[in-house]
Design a binder for this molecule. Structure first.
Ligand code: GLN
Length: 283
């Protein structure tokens, strides 16, 4: 796909951007050549070895085939940190930063709080919280051992001390209770056409959809809301990310479980993206 004469980084960038998006092309060249944007500008004649060229050619083909850039680079930015990602984990999304912000606001007055991240994936939520709130005692759960391996590498990478447990939602937690539970569970309805676009077919489907044919995508959220009171201290917070049209239904689930201060918060696109509430103090 790329022509062989592109043997320096500048020409390689030029060639790659005929095939894929200009920024993606640049990031792929920087990745294979281990160079920076500034090198591409000031030293475009820097040589690209035959191996580097072959790697770039392969990555450009994969990108042109729709594979997400984050899997090709092996990392993705989230909440100001760089996270390792593999196809075993969902790529962290900017809207999930809202979940982290809401958690951090509540932890300001609770420095040594215990925090649970359910369905941690690459660990973006747990590690970001632990990084910004080092006194918090962070536990992260995921059903996928492969995802937990990535999450635990991300915790080490950012010097966050967190406990990682494999299992189905609350199952590995015994009677543990937390001051705050955050979750970005799978919530895209099974069969939703979005699952076929924007690189989603390359991501782990178990992280995107609850897999319930004909369902509303809320199966995991029902489990999380239903089990939360038994794992929250009185007054503890539950915060859940959900789909663009699910806020009212998630608030309804929270009210039904007698949560107080139930609310939804908009992401940067103005879409209600996180809903939550507190376990009542009494009971
Ligand atoms: N927001 C993601 C998407 O639409 C889905 C994340 C999730 O299911 N938790 O791609």
């Amino acid at each position: 796909m790329l022509r062989r004469e592109a043997m320096n980084i500048g020409d390689a960038w030029l060639a790659a951007r005929q095939v894929v998006d200009r920024l993606d092309a640049r990031l792929l060249v920087e990745h294979v050549a281990a160079c920076r944007h500034a090198d591409l500008i000031t030293d475009p004649r820097r040589a690209l070895s035959a191996d580097q060229f072959a790697s770039l050619d392969a990555l450009v083909r994969r990108r042109a085939g729709g594979e997400p850039l984050a899997y090709l680079l092996g990392c993705a930015p989230f909440h100001g940190l760089d996270f390792l990602v593999t196809p075993d984990v969902l790529i962290p999304r900017p809207e999930t930063e809202l979940l982290v912000e809401l958690a951090l606001e509540r932890l300001q007055s609770l420095p040594g709080a215990s925090v649970l991240d359910l369905g941690t994936g690459c660990g973006a939520v747990a590690v970001s919280i632990g990084h910004r709130c080092p006194a918090a005692l962070v536990t992260a759960v995921d059903l996928s051992p492969a995802a937990l391996a990535v999450a635990s590498r991300n915790a080490s990478r950012h010097a966050v001390d967190a406990r990682f447990l494999a299992g189905d939602w609350y199952a590995p937690l015994g009677n543990d209770r937390f001051h705050l539970i955050a979750a970005n569970p799978p919530y895209v309805a099974h069969g939703d056409p979005h699952l076929l676009h924007d690189g989603l077919p390359f991501e782990p489907q178990m992280a995107l959809t609850d897999g319930v044919a004909g369902g509303d995508g809320l199966a995991c959220i029902r489990i999380i809301v239903g089990g939360a009171a038994a794992h929250l201290v009185p007054g503890g917070w539950l915060l859940i990310e959900h789909g663009y049209d699910q806020a009212a239904r998630v608030r309804h689930l929270l009210h039904r479980e007698a949560f107080s201060e139930v609310a939804s918060w908009p992401d940067l696109s103005g879409i209600e993206r996180v809903s939550g509430g507190r376990r009542p103090s009494a009971g």
